[in-house]
Write a protein of this length. Structure first.
Length: 364
């Protein structure tokens, strides 16, 4: 469903208790990607009052399954999962598409493009899509133009939106001076699916990792995009960006359910990506992202330091990164619908908000 022209607003808006005009109808959503994260998305969307009108996944094992079954709702909602994305978009009059498939913009470009061609707003878990202006400039500008032509909005969001982005900018609001920002975040790629595991080099020998990951000029680490998001938020221009990709290993074999194999001792279980961003205004941002197949006893972490006046340290123990990713994107949907057409990164939006009521209540 395309953006609503001003003259049509009276047909779809009503007023809430405060007298604000709100959408009368539920927000109609296509879920693109129904795997490990998709089951959370589908349930969260349903429980937040969205109307799921289509579901897409390339996995033949999911073909034809009802969304209610995959989301573990306890009942069917008569929306089958299909591998034919074009057919789903053509048959579903959707407002929004949630894309939860791959991690790099070239890998999700076709999904974004399909949504934009149908005038459907889209938001993705794709980590690079969070702030892709310098890492995939040609594709992002192409999507920006296509979205503007079809009057819809495209964006990337997820865990990093809050825990690598707005958390830091909120803390910075209580700082007098910032000289340096340091962050370390760790997550288990097993929780996300094979796409994330592969882009982190999980299962590769150290020689393969060096060739396919560490030396790859086309592989931005996720903190690269996050650092640039923060700089845009603070109005800092970037003097230089550098990254170092290092394999993580374990001294014992580790079984990976996602990869469907055992990772031998000494092979890469994932990677640590350290990105250093130097700004022309002086502050330096150094962030480390650790994504790997966890050994027994390892847990997620999210730690940040703001060094300046005063110094501020925040440690978040055991963040539920998958659930937080999905909830953030679902909560972002009203802001996506109200954002200007084009490719619109979330540092330009208000911070993600908790939604007490059905999502359409927040669209004015």
């Amino acid at each position: 469903m395309q953006r609503i022209e001003e003259k049509e607003l009276t047909h779809v808006l009503s007023k809430n208790a405060k007298g604000d005009e709100i959408m009368k109808e539920k927000i109609r959503v296509i879920q693109y990607g129904c795997g490990k994260m998709g089951k959370y998305f589908l349930r969260y969307l349903y429980e937040k009052g969205a109307e799921i009108v289509g579901a897409i996944d390339a996995n033949p094992k999911l073909e034809g399954k009802d969304v209610g079954e995959v989301a573990e709702l306890g009942f069917n909602i008569n929306i089958p999962i299909s591998s034919n994305a074009e057919k789903v978009f053509s048959e579903c009059d959707a407002d929004v598409c949630v894309i939860a498939t791959r991690s790099l913009v070239p890998e999700v470009y076709d999904a974004f493009e399909l949504a934009a061609e149908h005038g459907v707003n889209a938001i993705s878990t794709c980590e690079e899509a969070f702030y892709p202006w310098t890492t995939s400039p040609a594709l992002t500008n192409r999507l920006d133009r296509l979205a503007k032509e079809n009057y819809c909005t495209l964006a990337g969001s997820g865990y990093q939106d809050v825990y690598w982005g707005n958390l830091i900018s909120t803390l910075a609001g209580s700082s007098h001076k910032i000289e340096r920002i340091e962050g370390v975040s760790s997550y288990n790629v097993e929780d996300y699916g094979i796409a994330l595991a592969e882009v982190h080099g999980a299962g590769l020998s150290l020689e393969e990792f060096e060739k396919e990951i560490a030396q790859s000029e086309s592989l931005p680490s996720f903190m690269w995009n996050s650092n640039e998001w923060l700089c845009s938020q603070f109005g800092w221009s970037i003097k230089s960006n550098s990254q170092k990709l290092v394999p993580t290993t374990h001294d014992k074999d580790i079984k990976s359910e996602t990869l469907g194999k055992t990772i031998p001792a000494g092979h890469a279980t994932g990677m640590s990506a350290i990105v250093t961003t130097v700004t022309n205004q002086g502050p330096v941002v150094v962030s480390e992202c650790i994504g790997k197949v966890y050994a027994e006893g390892e847990v997620d972490r999210n730690d940040w330091k703001l060094i300046g006046e005063p110094n501020t340290v925040v440690n978040i123990a055991r963040p539920a990164t998958v659930e937080l990713t999905c909830a953030t994107i679902v909560n972002r949907i009203p802001q996506l619908l109200e954002a200007p057409p084009g490719y619109y990164t979330t540092e330009k939006m208000p911070p993600a908000q908790y939604r007490t009521y059905p999502l359409h209540f927040y669209v004015k």
